[in-house]
Write a protein that binds this ligand. Sequence first.
Ligand code: AMP
Ligand code: GLY
Length: 424
Amino acid sequence: MDILIVGSGGREYSIALALDKDKDVQNVYMAPGNGATNKFAKNIDISDFEKLADFVEEKKIDLTIVGPEAPLVDGIVDIFKKRGLLIFGSSKEASKLEGSKIYMKNFLKRYNIPTASYIQTDDFEKAARFIDTLKEPMVVKADGLCGGKGVIIAQSAEAAKNAAKDMLSGDSFGDAGRSIIIEEFLDGYELSVFAICDGKDYKILPAAQDHKRLLDGDKGPNTGGMGAYAPTPLIDKELYKKIEKRVIEPTLLGMQKEGTPFEGVLFIGLMVMDGEPVVLEYNVRFGDPECEVLMPLLKTPASQLFFKAASKDLKNLNLEFYDKFAVAVVVASQNYPYKSSTPSEIIIDKSIHVELEETHISYAGVVQEDGKLYATGGRVLLCIGLGDSIKEARDRAYMLCGQIHFAGKQFRHDIAYQALKNDR
Ligand code: AMP
Ligand code: GLY
């Protein structure tokens, strides 16, 4: 099978790595890929969807997998399907679950799926009145896509009003912020739950935990995610059941009723409060860095998972995972998430102390020049460790982190702390 992956980050790198190990896969193409993906894939510099579909036809590529949300929200799946090409991802209409927070919140309300109480508005006075009814802190969210940065946890009503004003004026996020959500703050622990869906059936993956804040101890600004681990012990059979019955199944039924059956990755960002799942958000793609810990745990060949989902045959998939844990630590550039950094060379120590099988790097923000890799900013790479316990996986990931160098590298030192509270 030949496969095209759309995207360029660590998430897409980890999917390519899983396909590289899969003996049913011959050629992997990536559009556009990054400076490290060309080790095992062919990078293709085409972004126009019709031209990409031409390329897929010309090369007779069997399946396309879409990594990030932007091409999904922009309708890549609809274009490929219209041309009879097999593609894994959600349609433009179904991608509104991620593309518009207002659509998502109203959907949750319509189908009685638990979520934080909220209002939507484009009017500052209405926002200010609702803010005054909430306990501090409270949350202000831009409606549209903001690269994971459109959510402000405001510690005071005044800060919330300032955030609302900046969003509504277009100052902070342009048009994406001209409509906003104000909602109550939920106090609990977060889980990332993924269901692979084919419009009728779904398969749930082991739950993961992300670390959204920049600094240790969950301090500092929200980022795209600074590290993840899976499976998390913060979920048991009973909670999985509640998530399936109260969230996943009503969501998939709701999407069918809306005339937009859901295919692709349903990523549910959950807050667990007193053992009850409450939906923070949906995304229509894998989480990044969650994907980087889920892919190496996958025992079923990755091509089977994506192929059967894209061809609406999930019910015939036997999905298996290794009985192991994975931890990913994001190594970011100096100025992340505030601004870009100047490129710096990445040096990796020659002596890797742990078994190579049990650690690896997923590259994200890198370019290659004259055979050297340079960190180009943002989230540069992820150090992933596998192990028979979370602690072992964590220690391996951090050992690898210490063997990678570039000017200004920063990372969190406490990834998986919630799972390791009693086990340091
Ligand atoms: P979202 O993009 O909506 O998932 O928000 C990004 C992050 O902001 C979440 O992963 C949470 O850490 C935090 N967050 C969003 N909404 C809330 C809320 N209502 N209460 C507490 N934290 C929240
Ligand atoms: N890791 C969270 C996200 O991808 O949105």
